[in-house]
Design a binder for this molecule. Sequence first.
Ligand code: CA
Length: 223
Amino acid sequence: MKLLLVEDDRTIAEGLLYSLRSEGYEAVAAGSVKEAESRLAGEDFSLALLDLGLPDGDGTEVFDMVKRKGDIPVIFLTARDEEVSVVRGLDMGADDYITKPFRIRELLSRIKSVLRRSGGEAGSEIRLGDITINTASATVKKGDREVLLTALEYRLLLCFANNGGQVLSRSQLLESVWDVSGDFVNDNTLTVYMKRLREKLETDPQNPTVIKTVRGLGYKAGE
Ligand code: CA
């Protein structure tokens, strides 16, 4: 599931890319109409997030390109004084819009609902051993059985899912879980969460295979 973000404000773009990736989406950014055009020419996307005011044109131009390419859902990211253009965008067939400044949680829930409506959630499954994560519905299964995770456990699991077999240090994990949730999580809390997550995911929590411990370094997803 790949998202195209068209936004010329680098700070906003980088923050959004980070949050989208933490949620399990693959995401790339373009800072202008021209950049968006070349991205669209070479890659396929499941959804586009479009800023309206761009240095070399207007987000609605990108909208036209996106819709020429296929039926890809679009969410406009707008400033308060751009409502008129937004109404035009919605008339043209945009799926939703969100006014800046917005909360990242709010944007993520809009993205999910737009993807659900467009039927784009298929193919958004990530597998780790016998664990299947559906990032569109935020559900996790072990074999055929659904595993109920708290929001924080889910985010922790996604960190592993998004980083393949890479070793993640405790500080990397703390940073990504902390950054997204806004709650302070300390090192001991991480240990407790890892233990709970393993109890829910592992067949034998004493000999974990889904998420392995790498002594002195951190953790990594098993094969
Ligand atoms: Ca802008």
